[in-house]
Design a protein around this ligand. Structure first.
Ligand code: FAD
Ligand code: NAP
Length: 533
């Protein structure tokens, strides 16, 4: 059997490697530069094969898994010219658990969306894929790795680390207690270990005398947050919503102190970024009702919106909003005593201008300004404030204005667009480094959007493997074994993650849930390492 070695820069080094290799393998050293010895000419290419192409994918979310899937598929063709080992992929993930936002973003009342995890777990089970959880790239902690560490150890590094931060709200009062990024709130109700500590603040803020919550932004995440609040803990009891969140979200409110949720879109309904399915769902929550203002829909139908409102998806959205507005005017005040439903008020053409303090560092309300639509540069539809202000009291402000990808040290980063500088996934100026998913294109798009995106990146990688770049990739790389001991010993492998999975599902059975998430990192690690599964 042949054991394979990959390029070395001089003959002696190559022979050292050959001498060290066990298992009776002869190595092919393709870029060896010796005039009197050409291994390439001594042996036919069918006799030899390259050592595995070692790939590190950073982030085990949809982008990471889809990139792994298409890398395995599209590098299979490389085997015909001697790549017997194929690609060997390490999926490096900072959490002990895989799946990214499918686990910690997708709403607990959308279990069907999470079925994609079955497909991802098949990829993780592939013999040439290794999940390495609890491995953070770019961290300063003991288990941290730099991009250069990875470039040294792997032929190819794919950055698929998503968007680990939030766009900032830059109005006065945005720092007050009770102003929380939607990303943190979502992570909290989904049991992401980084956000468990928010329970106390959220509970306290939800018990604010106004009973009101403002959600800034008109995207699908804003609707997710409003729907989870609108449904409350009891409706979510049989989902995988984190236990700590169920407790807090189950309000013990009298009808007079019932909850009200404001969703605030700065532009009109024709520019809102939520989608029809998610909007329709808002009208079907038994414990809440959706209120839309006809005057705001009217104001959003100016010439700036005419093109958008010709599109079928927009027309469907408009129909649902019109119906909600008509219902709201028929039941002129849902606030009547006697109704204990949560009122979800979807507002358009309003911008937050100031978060109001209670004098003790916490939120007591929000000032908003009404807007009008105007045409901006290059056909953009933007808003201009009218100067007309409105105030409403609230205890919690969820800022749902988009996620934000963070730069990692040593990476070229486009701060304006919030993405890694890349062309079709090739990271600018860093040979052998690629990106995929939200880190590549910004925090937009559904899970399936990452399929095309991953295919685009994989095409770049395969082109580079087949082309000029392949020569540079012929050095022997140790992959995982070349990383620091501290990193390797702290990592959670796939079999260990399966212990977490098994334990969560078992815990869920007793409470009628698909799983009860383990939410503390230490407990996740203990469960994974316990080996008792
Ligand atoms: P992510 O899913 O964020 O994965 C990135 C992974 O990288 C994470 O596991 C993270 O822990 C890891 N990571 C981060 N930094 C590091 C590091 N330094 N080192 C190692 N690992 C790291 N789409 C749908 O189709 N349906 C839905 O219902 C839906 N709901 C959504 C709900 C919310 C709240 C959000 C925000 C998005 C939702 N989406 C939904 C969109 C979908 O989740 C995204 O398109 C998709 O998750 C993006 O994939 P990604 O792999 O780029 O990022
Ligand atoms: P998003 O769709 O980009 O929405 C962000 C919203 O914030 C927009 O309404 C935007 O308004 C507004 N906004 C931005 N800056 C603002 C500011 N300074 N003040 C006030 N408003 C501001 O982002 P998202 O909701 O975070 O969703 C991210 C992606 O995940 C989206 O592609 C989404 O479809 C996807 N997702 C999908 C699902 C699902 O399929 N069920 C669920 C959740 C998320 P402007 O348009 O005026 O900028």
């Amino acid at each position: 059997m042949l054991r394979v070695v990959r390029g070395a820069s001089c003959c002696n080094a190559a022979f050292d490697i050959l001498a060290q290799s066990r298992g009776g393998t002869i190595g092919f050293v393709p870029n060896i530069n010796c005039s009197n010895l050409s291994l390439r000419h001594q042996y036919s290419s069918s006799t030899f094969s390259f050592s595995p192409i070692r790939v590190a994918i950073v982030g085990a979310g949809p982008a990471g898994f889809y990139t792994a899937k298409y890398l395995l598929r599209d590098t299979a063709q490389l085997e015909k010219f001697g790549n017997e080992g194929g690609v060997h992929i390490d999926l490096l993930e900072r959490l002990p658990t895989p799946y990214g936002l499918v686990r910690s973003g997708v709403a607990p009342d959308h279990p069907e969306v999470k079925n994609v995890q079955a497909q991802f777990s098949e990829i993780a089970e592939h013999p040439r894929v290794n999940f390495r959880g609890n491995v953070e790239v770019g961290a300063t902690s003991g288990t941290g790795l730099s991009i250069s560490d990875l470039m040294r150890a792997y032929h190819c590094v794919v950055l698929a680390y998503g968007a680990e931060s939030s766009r900032e709200l830059t109005i006065p009062g945005a720092h007050l207690r009770g102003v929380i990024p939607a990303r943190d709130f979502v992570g909290w109700y989904n049991g992401h270990p980084d956000f468990v500590h928010l329970s106390k603040t959220i509970a306290e803020r939800l018990s604010h005398s106004s009973g009101c919550v403002a959600v800034i932004g008109a995207g699908n995440v804003a609707l997710d947050c409003a729907r989870i609040l609108g449904k409350g803990g009891s409706s979510l009891a049989h989902t995988d919503c984190a236990a700590h969140a169920l407790e807090v979200l189950t309000p013990n409110l009298s009808p007079s102190s019932r909850r009200r949720i404001w969703i605030l879109g700065r532009r009109g309904h024709a520019q809102a970024s939520f989608t029809i399915k998610e909007l329709r769902e808002m009208t079907r929550i038994p414990t809440s009702h959706l209120v839309v203002r006809d005057d705001e829909l009217q104001a959003g139908r100016g010439k700036e919106s005419s093109a958008a409102l010709q599109e079928r998806p927009r027309q469907r959205i408009e129909k649902v909003l019109n119906e909600a507005a008509a219902r709201a005017s028929r039941n002129s005040s849902y606030s009547d005593a006697g109704s204990n439903k949560t009122e979800v008020s979807l507002r358009f053409l309003v911008s937050p201008v100031r978060v109001v303090s209670d004098g003790e560092g916490s939120v007591s309300g929000l000032d908003i300004e009404r807007n009008q639509l105007v045409s901006g540069e290059g056909g953009a539809v933007v808003v201009r404030g009218t100067g007309e202000l409105e105030h409403f009291p609230c205890g919690l402000v969820l800022v749902s204005i988009g996620y934000k990808t963070l730069p990692l040290q040593g990476l070229p980063f486009d701060h304006r667009r919030g993405i890694i500088c890349n062309e079709h996934g090739r990271v600018q100026g860093l040979r052998g480094v690629y990106c995929s998913g939200w880190a590549k294109r910004g925090p937009t798009g559904i899970i399936a959007t990452n399929i095309l995106d991953a295919k685009d990146t994989v095409k770049s990688i395969v082109d580079d493997l087949q082309g000029e770049l392949l020569r540079d990739l012929r050095a022997i790389k140790p992959g995982w074994n070349g990383l620091q001991d501290t990193v390797r010993s702290a990592a959670i492998g796939w079999e260990q993650y399966k212990c977490i999975d098994k334990a969560e599902v078992a815990l869920g059975v007793s409470c009628g849930k698909p799983r009860k998430k383990i939410v503390h990192r230490s407990e996740l690690l203990m469960t994974a390492r316990g080996g008792g599964c």
